[in-house]
Design a protein around this ligand. Structure first.
Ligand code: KIV
Ligand code: ZN
Length: 563
């Protein structure tokens, strides 16, 4: 890089538009969408789609609800031409879907394009030529009037050939390519010249597509260009103004949204922003941005994972993990504080406590609306806190840890995750929990337990092993747990209590699973003679046994910690 970029690059001239209206407007409805995946997206692939892939992509776009689809550049190659013919002849184009084809202002190419459309019910013929000063100077070496002549001639050649398409409703689209880098006055002049030739009407308007072919300025400048154009265009009601942004400065979505505020009615773009260089506009993002403001986008992305797979299969591209709405990680929180807020927000939403509109911290929309799972939302790595660990155990396995136990297990799990140095799955967390609490059998292991009694007086008999040595014990208490604690701590037949004294400070239990797999899990917190506390957990098909095992789990953990 150079130290003074102003010696090599210049600022972009602003549009003079002191009365601009777009900053004060809000979007209230979806535009007409046109997918250009099969043309602009396809032409940017190292290995363009074959016919099978194009057909799969076309069907997927139709399922999403696109009513206008630019299917290719039929005069560019045999594959493109054959694809067009196959689409039309196989009757694959639904009645409410209009196909669009791109062509340059060359008579031979226009002839071939028209030929490719024979038998189509409805088609948009999209003519373009470049208009920017750099293109005029470097590529064509032509004056403005000659550039206008190219556009007029191309339009006339298409018009002349309409009789060759009987039964086809043709809509004409013109793009002054590199519109955003072209003087607005010249863009207007050339578009009006094209309109003079085509003679559109309010009932049969043409489409003027104003491309941000290469993003050269901030999105507000593009919006100014669009508003300036819309407010100066003669016969505005005879034209549909369309946007076609690319993403060179990373603001293709913003440029489109501001361009819509500025008066455009139609948007061209691709799924996930595939396209030349940094890509075309990502239509999914603009549509979902409308959706998150309560505006029906008219496109259905209810199964975005499936759509991403089709896209990846057909284009060979990948959807980056942080791609808005579609990326693998966009609904995932690793950070403990984010997880905690999301967990609380989701549970408020699930309770439905009078909240009619989505307002969950860190989640702009409900992941379920895109076919995403709540289970993807909270994932655990070394940055996560106890909340995420507890959430996963509960949401995946129904293990609902008492709050205070979360404070004990969270840091233990975190240390383990930190040691592993990677994300851990819910199953791995369950295994950690099992190892830490449920599978504790040293020094004590329960072999048998029986309790009977009523009205607060229970007797129990039990068999345990301590470091492998068997002991028979009995005790009394106001319940089975109290009787077992008594049995462990009173002087036994061996003339020694099996354990130093301790008390049960907290106890709770709940069912785990349903049906024949059903078991119960009990959580117990013990307070030891020295005031320390320890949690334990036990699992069994009998709730009473689960609680007795939980006592031994806590006791074993306390005794091992004291060693
Ligand atoms: O980016 C562009 O200008 C184009 C035109 C052909 C519309 O793709
Ligand atoms: Zn483009």
């Amino acid at each position: 890089m150079i130290s003074d970029p102003s010696t090599k690059y210049r600022p972009f001239p602003p549009v003079h538009l002191p009365q601009r209206q777009w900053p004060g407007r809000v979007l209230t409805e979806a535009p007409i969408w046109c997918s250009v995946d099969l043309r602009d997206g396809n032409q940017a692939l190292a290995e363009p789609m074959n016919i099978g892939q194009k057909l799969e992509m076309f069907d997927a776009l139709v399922r999403c609800g696109f009513k206008q689809i630019e299917v290719g550049f039929p005069a560019a190659s045999n594959t493109e031409f054959k694809f067009m013919r196959q689409l039309i002849e196989s009757g694959r184009i639904p009645h409410d879907v209009t196909i669009q084809v791109l062509v340059q202002a060359r008579e031979d190419l226009i002839e071939r394009t028209v030929e490719s459309l024979r038998g189509a019910r409805k088609a948009i013929i999209h003519l373009y030529n470049s208009t920017s000063p750099a293109q005029r100077r470097v590529v064509f070496g032509l004056e403005k009037s000659q550039i206008i002549e190219i556009a007029r001639r191309g339009t006339q050649w298409i018009k002349d050939r309409l009789p060759k398409l009987p039964g086809t409703e043709v809509i004409f689209q013109y793009s002054p390519e590199s519109f955003s880098a072209t003087e607005v006055e010249f863009s207007l002049e050339i578009c009006e010249a094209v309109m003079d030739v085509w003679q559109p009407t309010p009932q049969a308007p043409l489409i003027l597509n104003l491309p941000d072919t290469v993003e050269v300025a901030m999105p507000n400048v593009y919006a100014d260009q669009i508003e300036w154009f819309c407010s100066h265009l003669k016969h505005r009601d005879c034209a549909i103004i369309s946007l076609h942004t690319h993403n060179d400065r990373g603001t293709g979505v913003a440029a489109t949204e501001l361009g819509l505020l500025a008066g455009a009615q139609r948007v061209e773009g691709t799924l996930f922003g595939n396209g030349e260089r940094t890509g075309n506009l990502d239509i999914v993002t603009v549509a979902m941005n409308l959706y998150m403001h309560g505006i029906a986008p008219g496109l259905d992305f209810s199964d975005l994972n499936a759509l991403s797979k089709i896209y990846e299969r057909c284009t060979g591209m990948t959807v980056p993990p942080r791609q808005p709405y579609a990326g693998e990680l966009v609904f995932t929180a690793f950070s403990g504080s984010h997880q905690d807020a999301i967990k609380k927000g989701l549970s408020e939403w699930a309770d439905g406590k009078g909240r009619s509109h989505w307002d969950v911290p860190y989640l702009t929309i409900d992941p379920a609306d895109l076919g995403r799972q709540y289970r993807e939302v909270i994932r655990v790595n070394s940055q996560s806190g106890k909340g995420g660990v507890a959430y996963l155990l509960e949401s995946e396995f129904g293990i609902s840890l008492p709050k205070d136990m979360q404070r004990e297990f969270g840091p233990l799990a975190n240390d383990e995750v930190d040691r592993l140095g990677r994300e851990v799955s819910a199953e791995e967390l369950r295994q950690m929990f099992w190892r830490e609490y449920v599978e504790r059998s040293v020094p004590f292991e329960l072999t048998r337990f029986h309790a009977e009694g009523s009205e607060g007086r229970f007797r129990c008999t039990a068999a345990v092993t301590r470091e492998g040595t068997p002991f028979e014990l009995s005790g009394e208490g106001n319940g089975p747990i109290a009787a077992f604690v008594h049995a462990l701590t009173k002087t036994a037949a061996s003339a020694q209590p099996l354990s130093a004294s301790f008390e049960v400070a907290y106890y709770c239990q709940h069912a785990l699973g349903t049906g024949s797999e059903a078991s119960a899990i009990a959580y117990i917190q013990l307070t030891l003679a020295d005031g320390r506390t320890r949690w334990g957990a036990g699992v069994d098909t009998h709730i009473e046994l689960a609680s007795i095992k939980a006592v031994l789990s806590a006791l074993n953990r306390a005794l091992l910690a004291a060693r």
